[in-house]
Design a protein around this ligand. Structure first.
Ligand code: GDP
Ligand code: MG
Length: 219
């Protein structure tokens, strides 16, 4: 069978946010029902998958974690490429992680524009990035029974409203609170956004250099 013509059945979801906010913990809680105080980035593993039912459809979520490289510009194009939903995570007890959400949001849009520019983003429509589905998670709501909380739910919801009414969930990866609900919503949004596209992608560097040889970016 020629895999390059197989329709995509996977939904790619990426987790973004500052180091330490609990991205890996949320993923482990959701996929493996496990929580540890001592997580280390898993080297070499780019993503994990989980199958779930969304309405009457069986979908496979492919969840990409950052493997400890949470610096702007440090995540390669392969990380962003073809994402169906971007999950932004902050820690409700650390204001700085909320302040940097703007940067993560902008970084994502910048990367999508770059990929569109080189013709390696599955969506043909240049304006699609404006409607790109993000979901915000405010994690670690369990800490100190909520007494060390620095960012109010109201403030978080205001930020979501200012960025085009993003869905918002408060979660605890430690206690498994709202984690399934949040990812089910992510899966729904990703599935609404699913592109009809080939499952096979050639290497990004190869494709970009081909585009460059053709005269580079047209936008
Ligand atoms: P990442 O860098 O965003 O992937 O964050 P990690 O998942 O590695 O989590 C950083 C630290 O926060 C770890 O020590 C986790 O055990 C802890 N942590 C993550 N989520 C929660 C949570 O919901 N509640 C509490 N109390 N600790 C958490
Ligand atoms: Mg991590």
């Amino acid at each position: 069978m020629d895999i390059s013509h197989k329709k995509r059945t996977l939904l790619k979801v990426i987790l973004l946010g500052d180091s330490g906010v609990g991205k890996t913990s949320l993923m482990n809680q959701y996929v493996y029902r496990k929580f540890s105080q001592h997580y280390k980035a898993t080297i070499g593993a780019d993503f994990v998958t989980k199958e779930l039912q969304v309405d009457d459809k069986l979908v496979t979520l492919q969840i990409w974690d950052t493997a400890g490289q949470e610096r702007f510009n440090s995540l390669g194009a392969a990380f962003y490429r073809g994402a169906d939903c971007c999950v932004l995570v902050y820690d409700v007890n650390a204001h700085k992680t909320f302040d940097t959400l703007n940067n993560w949001h902008d970084e994502f849009i910048k990367q999508v524009l770059y990929l569109i520019c080189f013709g390696v983003w599955p969506q043909a429509d240049l304006n699609d990035h404006e409607a790109f589905p993000f979901v915000l998670l405010g994690n670690k709501v369990d800490v100190d029974g909520g007494n060390s909380r620095k960012v109010t739910e109201k403030k978080a919801r205001e930020w979501c409203a200012s960025r085009g009414n993003l869905p918002y969930f408060e979660t605890s990866a430690k206690e498994g609170y709202n984690v399934d609900e949040a990812f089910l919503n992510v899966a729904k949004i990703a599935s609404e956004n699913e592109h009809t596209q080939d499952i096979y992608f050639p290497g990004i560097s190869e494709t970009v250099s081909e585009a460059e040889q053709r005269g580079g970016c047209a936008c």
